[in-house]
Design a protein around this ligand. Structure first.
Ligand code: SF4
Length: 291
């Protein structure tokens, strides 16, 4: 079964969320920032930080001029802060080697730090209107259901890109909006746990036609409390709030539950390059240790 692109695009035109990075006049750099932030963080948390960032760093060279730690600080509580560090590296390369512009070619984008298969195509599509398949979890789920009649997408596979590309409308100016619409449908209607088929604009869906066969999926709820991630977050909070390098004891006080876990968290932050240790044994955000 295929997906009726005209119906889907009409639905999107009528109901799409008015998200700031979708508005006219938004640069490829601003779209790139939104895509990196949105990968693991919900829209409602991303939006205020994104607004701050595009004011503060309107072009890649503005971000590249900052110490990486300042970008990690501004990342705030969006989670998975390595994304901030990678974006800073990307800004440096864009400023130094790409004339302070985000390229539109997928292969060139893939060569940039921190830009993976999804982000490269999302930027090519949403910033440059190219006819390229943009495949995220939402898109994979909609395709699995509407086209293949499966309740779940299963693990990502190499064929996902080709399958999604085969669904794109031939007209270039329709392909980008179709991709946005497919993602929106997966995010708002054809959701993982409770697809709202009553509200779905698609006239035909293979999964519904097959009687909604169920797949056994074990959904792992990601626990946060007490994890190494939480410990890392607490240590980073201390350094974000500090105006200069801090003593080890300040970090020790930020996570007293489990000294072994604290040591592991500290090591991993150092290994990831998010923080650094000064020659006199203090700790600071990357680039802020004065070394
Ligand atoms: S009919 Fe239901 S399962 Fe099929 S694509 Fe629409 S929301 Fe998803």
């Amino acid at each position: 079964m295929s997906i009726d692109s005209d119906v889907l695009i009409d639905w999107y035109d009528e109901t799409a969320r008015d998200l700031p990075w979708r508005r006219p006049g938004i640069s490829a750099w601003q779209i790139l920032i939104s895509e990196i932030m949105l990968q693991q963080t919900p829209v409602v948390r991303v939006e205020p930080v994104w607004r701050e960032w595009i004011q503060r760093w309107p072009v890649p060279s503005a971000m590249a001029a900052e110490a990486p730690g300042e970008v990690v600080r501004a990342w705030g509580k969006l989670g998975y802060p390595r994304r901030a560090l990678r974006l800073h590296e990307c800004a440096r390369v864009l400023a130094a080697e790409h004339g302070d512009e985000v390229p539109g070619d997928v292969e060139v984008l893939l060569g940039l730090p921190g830009i993976g298969a999804y982000t490269a195509r999302a930027v090519a599509c949403f910033a440059y209107g190219q006819r390229v398949p943009v495949v995220d979890t939402n898109v994979r789920r909609v395709v699995a259901r509407a086209v293949h009649g499966r309740a779940e997408a299963g693990n990502p596979a190499a064929r996902d890109l080709a399958e999604t590309e085969a669904l794109l409308p031939a007209r270039i100016d329709r392909a980008a909006v179709f991709s946005a619409a497919l993602m929106e449908l997966g995010a708002l209607v054809c959701t993982a746990r409770t697809p709202d088929c009553e509200r779905c604009p698609l006239p035909r869906c293979a999964w519904v036609a097959a009687g909604r066969p169920v797949t056994e999926v074990v959904r792992r709820t990601q626990k946060y409390d007490g994890t190494d991630r939480q410990a890392r977050g607490r240590l980073l909070d201390v350094l974000r709030a500090a105006t200069g390098p801090v003593e080890r004891t300040a970090l020790d006080l930020a996570w007293t539950r489990d000294p072994g876990q604290r040591a592991r968290a500290l090591d991993s932050l150092l290994t990831d390059g998010l923080i650094e240790q000064t020659s006199d044994g203090l700790f600071a955000l990357a680039g802020e240790g004065g070394g």
